[in-house]
Design a protein around this ligand. Structure first.
Ligand code: ZN
Length: 287
């Protein structure tokens, strides 16, 4: 073996050790986040354009948490945390704290689905909360503007839907959240951004702490029809209508894959929900 290859081999070993340590930290983080279903292939989507978070690694940046062995089932989507108990949320809100119900739409904005969601909400005079992904806000500032113009409120959902963000350093988390807020503010300079939702519901103490330091309240959910797994409009509708109760925070997606089923479900659930509950956009002055 030459000296060069020996050096290369040593470097490889160091890389493996570092990767192993990161993996261990991530597994520990996931075990704290808890009750994750076993890893399985995700609901890959087939649309030709737009971001498909279910198909993507959570991030391509150095230091990212690995996802192949320890990766959560959602692999970039939200929803796996539906069985998570309060101990796993690190204080993130999972209800509105009032009798009112809140609809939340994650991963957008997306030019195919966000306008359809906005039109339906407008038809029923309902205000909701949109958890936007930074890169999508940057790519579609006009949609962020439309969301705010219609009276909906905003929630930071990280720059690139990084499910492993919570396992990264506080500085890396801070920079991701600030970059996302900057993209949102470029579209809507005066809109408050007082909520943060961790992709995949993969909360950790550092991510909750940094969000709070930046003036954002961590937001989870209480009703999750797993619409990103594409169960169909009927199943999404049935889950939401059967589980909704006063104070519910309902998790839906207006981006990240084929969301036509979610749009159709929304069309079906709005008449029922508006008859049974007062719906609200999550307030911009959370306590
Ligand atoms: Zn998401």
């Amino acid at each position: 073996m030459t000296r060069g290859s020996s050096t290369a081999r040593a470097a490889g070993i160091v890389t493996l050790v570092v990767a192993g340590l990161l993996g261990s930290a991530y597994v520990l983080g996931r075990s704290l986040v808890s009750d994750q279903p076993p890893p399985h292939s995700t609901g890959a989507t087939t649309s030709a354009d737009g971001p498909h978070y279910a198909d993507q690694p959570s991030t391509g940046e150095p230091g990212a948490a690995p996802s192949s062995s320890a990766g959560p089932a959602e692999a970039g989507q939200d929803g796996s945390g539906r069985d998570a108990g309060g101990d796993n949320l690190f204080g993130a809100h999972s209800t509105t704290g009032t009798p009112r119900l809140a609809l939340t739409f994650d991963d957008g904005p997306d030019p195919r689905y966000t306008p359809q969601v906005l039109a339906l909400l407008s038809e029923y005079d309902v205000r909701a909360t949109f958890c936007v992904v930074g890169e999508n806000a940057q790519n579609h500032p006009e949609l962020v503007q439309s969301i705010v113009d219609a009276g909906h409120t905003l929630c930071n959902h990280s720059w690139h839907h990084d499910v492993g963000l919570g396992a990264r350093s506080a500085d890396a988390i801070r920079s991701d959240l600030l970059r996302t807020n900057a993209a949102i503010r470029a579209a809507v300079p005066n809109a408050p951004i007082v909520w943060y939702r961790q992709p995949g519901g993969a909360w950790t103490y550092p991510v909750v702490s940094v969000a709070r330091q930046l003036g954002m309240t961590p937001l989870h959910w209480s009703v999750d029809p797993s619409d990103w797994e594409l169960p169909g409009a009927s199943k999404i509708t049935a889950t939401v209508l059967s589980q909704a109760e006063p104070g519910s925070v309902v998790l839906l997606h207006d981006a990240g894959g084929d969301r036509q089923g979610t749009v159709e479900a929304l069309r079906r659930i709005l008449p029922d929900l508006t008859a049974r509950f007062e719906l609200e956009a999550l307030p911009t002055d959370p306590t």
